[in-house]
Design a protein around this ligand. Structure first.
Ligand SMILES: Cc1cc2nc3c(=O)[nH]c(=O)nc-3n(C[C@H](O)[C@H](O)[C@H](O)COP(=O)(O)OP(=O)(O)OC[C@H]3O[C@@H](n4cnc5c(N)ncnc54)[C@H](O)[C@@H]3O)c2cc1C
Length: 319
């Protein structure tokens, strides 16, 4: 995964498309708008877009792209990214590799990285295992959740991950333990230079036996909390800024800075939760970036705190 910020059209696109079709039997979409593949519903085209259905294909595309030097970006559900209006150069692979293996005796589940968090949560609940309820309302994949150390309702991936299977930039496959993943608050090695170019194939999580009615009640509670506290049903990428250490939450700081309801083009700061930017219809990625900058500047001016961005702006924002 490299060099996705180039402005020149990708000259290898047609050669790559034919090789992906021939060698990996993938259906290749050319100049496919990414707005339809992200929860924020913005973003220009990927030169090539493919959907990966299993680990075999995921390994195949990563190794082929590495061997040919093709730029490749793995996307899960696109729920933590804002793709620039001029799109992404190279290949975008939507990861839908969704196998899993349950070991009820050990209390572990090994998930492929393309399985949605909500599905993973339900699989665990149905097996009478507790610890993955927090994943229910996180609209990403296991792979994206490992990348971000996603968490909610007192749980996160760091707290349940036993091991991660990955493909290194040189194409070799390996397994790392949770400490080697260097999890932090919404952070992991995959966001840092040492983990760039590594692709998460799957993760094994360890859970505990739980009473089915208690698990069910917890899932209901999470559903209720989300409905009451978050602006669901409108395109967004969840929380925009990280909570600063030892301070008020980013949402409280943004609220105090008066940004709720602020609007640029089709992008609006939610009036329900000041740390969410919504696409109210027709927003561009540039609108969202400009509103993000305005929010960050408002908090800095109001109380001198420099908020850090949680969502990832990827691809080309201007030519
Ligand atoms: C409505 C809403 C609610 C949300 N609530 C929460 C919440 O409660 N808690 C929370 O933590 N987050 C939350 N999020 C943010 C988001 O859902 C999580 O960060 C999620 O884990 C992202 O997963 P994804 O599959 O969508 O990743 P994507 O957005 O597709 O990708 C994110 C990054 O991960 C990389 N990546 C993805 N898959 C792989 C892989 N297999 N190998 C290597 N790199 C990979 C991508 O290249 C990209 O850089 C919310 C978002 C929305 C829209």
């Amino acid at each position: 995964m490299s060099d996705l910020g180039r402005v020149q059209p990708w000259s290898d696109a047609e050669v790559a498309a034919r090789e992906l079709e021939r060698r990996l039997s993938l259906k290749v979409m050319r100049n496919e708008p990414l707005a339809g593949h992200t929860t924020m519903r913005v973003g220009g085209p990927a030169d090539l877009l493919v959907t990966i259905r299993d680990r075999f294909a995921l390994r195949g595309i990563v190794r082929l792209a590495a061997a040919r030097g093709w730029p490749l970006r793995i996307l899960g559900r696109g729920s933590n990214v804002v793709v620039g209006d001029h799109g992404l150069r190279g290949i975008v692979a939507l990861n839908r590799s969704a196998g899993y293996e349950l070991d009820p005796v050990q209390g572990t589940v090994s998930f492929d990285s393309g399985i949605p968090m909500a599905k993973a949560s339900t699989i665990a609940a149905d097996a009478g295992l507790t610890g993955l309820e927090f994943a229910l309302a996180i609209p990403g994949n296991i792979g994206g959740a490992i990348w971000a150390n996603a968490g909610a309702h007192g749980g996160d991936m760091a707290g349940i991950t036993q091991s991660i299977t990955l493909l290194r930039a040189d194409g070799s496959e390996g397994e790392i333990t949770a400490p080697e993943a260097q999890f932090g608050y919404r952070d992991s090695r995959f966001k840092r230079p040492e983990g760039r170019g590594e692709v998460i194939l799957g993760a094994t999580v360890y859970l505990r036996a739980g009473a089915p009615d208690v698990i069910k009640e917890r899932l209901e509670e999470i559903r209720r909390w989300r409905r009451e506290h978050q602006p669901l049903g409108v395109p967004s990428a969840g929380s925009v800024f990280r909570n600063p250490p030892n301070q008020l939450s980013a949402g409280a700081l943004l609220d105090a800075a008066g940004v709720k309801g602020l609007r640029i083009g089709g992008a609006e700061v939610s009036t329900m939760h000041a740390n969410w930017i919504l696409n109210r219809g027709g927003a561009t990625a540039a609108d969202i970036k400009a509103l993000h900058d305005a929010c960050r500047d408002a908090v800095l001016a109001h109380n001198g705190i420099a908020l850090e961005t949680e969502i990832a702006f990827i691809g080309e924002f201007a030519r």
